[in-house]
Structure formats: structure tokens, C-alpha cells
Design a protein around this ligand. Structure first.
Ligand code: MG
Length: 344
């Protein structure tokens, strides 16, 4: 009798752990929401820090927008998030909407299939000049993807220096968020800030009334130093949540001034505050910010000899941060495998 009961308990434990086993990053964290200055997991309530890669402007590096490349980023680089940077002006979505949509959907669908997070980035410097186009695009995205916890919407990459948070960016963001919320009540929206997404304190003084909205901070380690970390800290002290959807290890232009020492200072800062971050970028353009050397395979499967010095630094940091998280999933997969074996 006792043995039967013991057996029942053991079988129950195996069954329950099998059911709750998390085989992907998105299964582990689930729906993400904003709580104060943090992005938190719906499954555990813990703060989530995603570390991943941004792709380059889709109209110029569209060949990298494929599922095989996404697989390499997840499996070899241990990326937990990928940012699809849909170019809007300069030959992008505004001129070729169908073509750019195919690329974005390819990456978003691949991230969903592979169980990682994905940022749909409206890669524009002057998006507030045409809110109708952005509303149409994001309504379509929210309608299609709003039920997937994988998806985050970045609605304005880098507003230029001349823009006004109060008069241009915030009113634009409120309209686009309303369009998203018609179809998707909860997925996180990330809003760019003035001066190439640096002036986060301006947003902190006058934040948007949407509980799952975060604000963009971008840095390039060769240009942006302690003063920008101070700006970020001041914004968080006012209570807003930040997401570094783009950072570079070099000069803000994307070329020269490779600065691994300052990049390390930034990593320490981001880790201290558990701020999520994506590196600019997966591209083989001949410039310092590119993670890949010219001529690298657009379908992934890269060896370290294909990577630039920036790419190597970024990949190594990502593996160090994310591999322990992926390892918890592998263990869970093993639980499932054992269960299957026992059945036989
Ligand atoms: Mg949703």
C-alpha cells in the first residue's frame, strides 16, 4: 500500500515537471510586462534582461532577414532577442511596403518558431511626420502577432535632435500605441527619445499613459560615455523603464573608435540595472559596428573567423550572459526525454 502511494507520488512529480518543462526562452519567461523600471516575467514575476542582436536596415541588408540566420543567433550566439530593423524612408517600407513586410515577417515568424523574443523596429529618424503610415503598419503587426508573447513593438527608432518629446514624439507615440492596443492590449511597446534615443529624461518627466511602455536608450561606446549613463540613471530614478534596443562598440557613426573598455563599462551598467540590450548589428558592411566581415554568409553558420573584433566581443559577452539561461532549458528538455523513455 505504502509502495503504491509512493509510486503514485513519484509518477505525479514526473508528470507535473514534464508539463511545466520549459523548452524555450519564451516558455520560460512568458508574457513580458513593465513593472516600475523593470521588464518582468509573467511566469515568475522576476526581472528579465534580454541580450541579443539587432539586424541592419532591412532595405540595405535584407539578405540577412531569414530563419536560418535566426537559428544561428539562437543556437550559436545564445541570443534571447532579435531586432528586425525595418527601414522606413530611403527606399524602405514607405516605398516598398510589400517587400519590407515579407522580410520582417520572415524574422518574426522565425523567432516565434524558435521560442525567442523579437523586436519589430520601425527604423526611422522622422516617423512623427507620418503617423498614419506607422499606425497602419503597427495595427497590421498587432493584429497578426498580438497574441504571441514573443513580440515587442519599437515604434520610433531614433528621433532626431530637432524633434520635441512633448510636441512631436509623444503625440505620435500615443496615436501609434492606440492603434496597437486595438488589437493587442498587453505586449510591450518601446518608444524612441529625442537626439537619436538619448534624451530619456525628457520622456521620464512626461511619460506616456500606457502601463506596458518602455523607452529607448541608444549608446555607441566610442562616443557616449559616463554622461549618457548618468542620463539613463536619472530617467530610471524618475520611474521609467529603459530598453537599449541598439548599442555599438564604436563611434556613433558606426565606424572607427572601437572601444572595448568603454563597452565593458556599459555592460556592467546594464547588468547592474538589468536593462535589456541588442547590438548593432548583424551586417557584413565594411565598418566597425558590423559583427560580420564582408562577404559573410547571410544564412548564418558563421565561424569565429567570419566575425569582426566587435562581433567577437559581442558574441562572447552574449554567450557568457545567456548560456546559463539556455542551459536550464536543456535540462528541462532532458526531463521530457526521460519521461518519454520511461513510457517505453
Ligand atoms: Mg498580446
Amino acid at each position: 500500500m505504502f509502495l503504491k502511494r509512493l509510486l503514485f507520488i513519484i509518477i505525479s512529480i514526473v508528470f507535473i515537471s514534464g508539463v511545466s518543462a520549459q523548452s524555450t526562452i519564451v516558455e520560460k519567461y512568458g508574457q513580458l510586462t513593465v513593472k516600475g523600471t523593470a521588464m518582468v516575467s509573467a511566469t515568475s514575476g522576476d526581472t528579465v534582461q534580454l541580450v541579443g542582436m539587432s539586424l541592419f536596415w532591412s532595405q540595405w541588408m535584407g539578405q540577412f532577414y531569414n530563419a536560418s540566420m535566426v537559428k544561428t543567433l539562437r543556437d550559436d550566439w545564445k541570443a534571447t532577442v532579435v531586432r528586425a530593423a525595418m527601414g522606413v524612408e530611403m527606399g524602405g517600407y514607405s516605398e516598398n511596403p510589400a517587400e519590407e513586410l515579407i522580410k520582417i515577417r520572415e524574422v518574426v515568424d522565425a523567432c516565434i518558431a524558435k521560442g525567442i523574443y523579437v523586436i519589430i523596429d520601425y527604423h526611422s529618424h522622422e516617423a512623427h511626420k507620418n503617423p498614419e503610415m506607422a499606425k497602419k503598419f503597427f495595427a497590421e503587426m498587432a493584429k497578426r502577432y498580438g497574441t504571441y508573447p514573443n513580440v515587442l513593438y519599437e515604434i520610433y527608432n531614433e528621433p532626431l535632435q530637432y524633434t520635441s518629446w512633448n510636441k512631436d514624439i509623444k503625440p505620435y507615440a500615443e496615436q501609434v500605441i492606440a492603434a496597437i492596443r486595438t488589437y493587442d492590449p498587453d505586449n510591450i511597446v518601446i518608444v524612441g527619445t529625442r537626439q537619436w534615443s538619448q534624451k530619456v529624461t525628457e520622456a521620464a518627466i512626461n511619460p506616456i499613459a500606457d502601463k506596458n511602455t518602455m523607452y529607448t536608450l541608444h549608446f555607441y561606446a566610442g562616443t557616449h560615455k559616463q554622461w549618457l549613463r548618468d542620463e539613463a540613471k536619472a530617467a530610471m530614478e524618475k520611474g521609467i523603464a529603459l530598453f537599449v534596443t541598439e548599442y555599438g562598440t564604436c563611434d556613433a557613426s558606426g565606424n572607427n573608435n572601437y572601444d572595448p573598455v568603454e563597452t565593458q563599462l556599459w555592460f556592467e551598467f546594464l547588468d547592474q540595472y538589468k536593462i535589456s540590450y541588442c547590438n548593432w548589428s548583424i551586417a557584413d558592411k565594411d565598418e566597425t559596428a558590423s559583427a560580420l566581415k564582408p562577404g559573410s554568409n547571410a544564412y548564418g553558420g558563421w565561424s569565429d573567423s567570419d566575425l569582426t573584433e566587435s562581433g567577437l566581443l559581442v558574441k562572447e559577452n552574449m554567450i557568457m550572459k545567456n548560456k546559463p539561461i539556455f542551459d536550464t532549458l536543456v535540462k528541462n528538455e532532458k526531463v521530457k526525454v526521460n519521461k518519454e523513455k520511461k513510457k517505453k
